[in-house]
Design a protein around this ligand. Structure first.
Ligand code: C5P
Length: 239
């Protein structure tokens, strides 16, 4: 099944735990913890979520020299999270180091190592920025598919991508390579600050490996029902 990661873009643990209370009977719950929450609460928020049997995608986007990333990943590997992220622009050696660190940490803690996802080009990076600031001479599409391939060859299980890039990435790497997609909006909701958005049903049609949804669930009048509707849609259930 394709997971729906609820982006817990909240300021602190009490707010998160209060928000999650009505979800206690949902069996398939998965959440994304980002930098804002993790930098405030640290490992304790991960423990609290794992104690409730919630799958955790810890999105810290590591990017440093391979040794530092390996040591950081070793810490994250001990947390029993199911997914975590690195920037593919850190290079193949850095991604391999992250994989090693996660596996070492997981082994030490006696848990399963998380799946490693790579960010290719941030979706906030424009084609102009790529050319003028980074002096990259290929198109965004070429850069994304090249970085996805390199990440896969270095031990990543998938990438974070716009659902609109899934086909390009699957063709460059393989159809087993996971594309996890943010930028999701229900047909009835506003796009907020996201630019290129797709609906959960469209993400399913575009062979998503899972989606990240923030405000459409967290700001919904009925977050549990909205979560369930989105979960069904992204697994081919409803239109
Ligand atoms: O509220 P919304 O559904 O737009 O939240 C999407 C979540 O996914 C946020 O946590 C955002 O930081 C994250 N994200 C994104 N686009 C990316 C990568 C991550 O929106 N390219």
């Amino acid at each position: 099944m394709n997971p729906v990661f609820i982006a817990l873009d909240f300021v602190d643990a009490p707010t998160v735990l209060k928000f999650l209370e009505p979800f206690k009977d949902v069996k398939t719950l998965a959440v994304k913890v980002g930098m804002e929450l993790f930098y405030r609460e640290g490992a304790s928020i991960i423990k609290a979520l794992r104690n409730q049997n919630i799958d955790v995608f810890l999105d810290l986007k590591l990017h440093d020299i391979p040794h530092t990333v390996q040591q950081a990943a070793k810490q994250l590997g001990q947390l029993d999270v199911q997914f975590t992220t690195v920037h593919s622009l850190g290079g193949s050696e850095m991604i391999k180091a992250a994989r090693r660190g996660l596996d070492e940490g997981a082994k030490q803690a006696g848990v399963n190592g998380p799946q490693l996802l790579a960010v290719t080009q941030l979706t906030s990076t424009s084609e102009n920025q790529l050319h003028d600031e980074e002096l990259v001479n290929v198109s965004m599409a070429e850069s994304v598919s090249h970085l996805a391939k390199m990440a896969s060859q270095s031990g990543a299980d998938g990438v974070i991508s716009s659902a609109l890039e899934n086909d390009l990435i699957h063709q460059a790497v393989s159809y087993d390579f996971k594309c996890i997609n943010p930028g999701i909006r229900l047909p009835s909701n506003s796009v907020d600050d996201q630019k290129r958005v797709v609906t959960p049903t469209k993400a399913f049609k575009l062979h998503t490996g899972g989606i990240v949804v923030g405000r459409n669930i967290t700001q919904s009048d009925n977050p549990v029902q909205t979560y369930k509707d989105i979960y069904n849609a992204v697994n081919g259930g409803i239109k």
